[in-house]
Design a protein around this ligand. Structure first.
Ligand code: ZN
Length: 331
């Protein structure tokens, strides 16, 4: 019997680093963990944390399986974009404060293993496609909704990067030409309405503007700046009118964005992952209704719109999958 080989996946975010090792066939996961990124340490300090995290994954995997260091084939890294995949460089990462940082080479030289780099939202999409809710799809769009809104596109069974690795930036499509200012510099981006922080902002604005009997202020002891999207979902589930209105509006914005994707890409699966899925059917039912109302019927009929099945690990699983696709040509 041949010994199993392992590929390490690492998902680098602005607040946490997640990593784990998967057997090459994706059937076994080992050493899964998350640590705080501590972006304030600077790029080299974060690299130290990345290396330490990967070393921990390797040791756990060896302990759990009896593998040796030779059984690790390589490391797939998912990082916030924009990236230069060929050169392995993170071009700009505002949440990390990085510019033109050669992440791929840094990790490779420290660990002596082949390393690939891809966009974190692309990785999450590929993770859901390989082992999660988008399994079996040929044309898949993934959306990850958290601090921002990231996206990934799989066309005819291949991850689509576009001409300069920008493809999939669904969060930065304009849904209101005169709309809210977005971190990217544009006005009216989907992300400026439906990301986690945007949901919290809209709730706070509504509380200040309207004199309603919402339970939201009491849930944060009157400190409105402590309202998060999660607090809004919790209140909505408890039947709070204002919170339900915020969730319904979020569903309308996302539904409009999804209708665009349905008409432009004509996917068979749209998988939505990230913190926003905690809202459950309160969000998904009106979201599907809105998408149905706006998109062509045949595009709506062809697509499943589903929540992700790999909460917290899609990025790690997908980083492994992108490593396989880059170095072996397929999954
Ligand atoms: Zn934007």
């Amino acid at each position: 019997m041949t010994r199993p080989s392992f590929i390490i996946g690492l998902d680098l975010g602005g607040t946490k680093i997640s990593a784990g090792a998967l057997s090459e066939d994706g059937k076994h996961a080992h050493g899964m963990r998350s640590v705080a990124t501590q972006a304030e340490l600077g790029a080299e300090g974060v690299v130290d944390r990345i290396i330490g995290t990967i070393e921990g994954v390797i040791l756990d995997t060896i302990n759990e399986t009896g593998a040796t260091r030779k059984d690790f084939i390589g490391i797939g890294v998912g990082a916030p974009g924009p990236l230069d995949r060929e050169k392995g460089i993170v071009v700009v990462a505002p949440n990390l404060g990085w510019k033109d940082f050669p992440l791929q080479d840094r990790v490779k030289s420290r660990l002596g293993l082949p390393v690939t780099l891809d966009n974190d939202a692309n990785c999450a999409t590929v993770g859901e496609w390989w082992l999660g809710a988008a399994r079996g799809g040929r044309n898949v769009v993934g959306m990850t909704i958290g601090t921002g809104i990231g996206g990934g596109i799989i066309l005819n069974g291949e991850l689509y990067h576009g001409a300069s690795d920008v493809a999939g930036e669904i969060g930065h499509t304009t849904i209101d030409v005169n709309g809210r200012h977005c971190k990217c510099g544009n006005y009216g981006c989907l992300e400026a309405y439906a990301s986690g922080p945007a949901i919290a902002t809209r709730a706070r604005e509504a509380l200040v503007r309207e004199d309603t009997a919402s339970m939201l202020p009491a849930m944060v002891d009157g400190q409105l700046d402590r309202i998060t999207a999660e607090v809004v979902y919790d209140a909505a589930k408890k039947g709070d009118g204002l919170a339900n209105e915020i969730v319904r509006d979020t569903a309308r914005y996302l539904g409009a964005g999804i209708a665009t994707l349905l008409n432009v890409i004509n996917p068979d699966v749209i998988v939505i992952a990230g913190g926003v899925t905690r809202a459950g059917e309160t969000l998904f039912t009106p979201l599907r209704t809105e998408a149905r109302r706006r998109a062509f019927g045949s595009a709506v009929k062809a697509a499943r719109i589903v929540p992700g099945e790999l909460p917290g690990t899609a990025g790690v699983v997908g980083a492994v999958a992108t490593f396989k696709m880059r170095t072996q040509g397929s999954l």
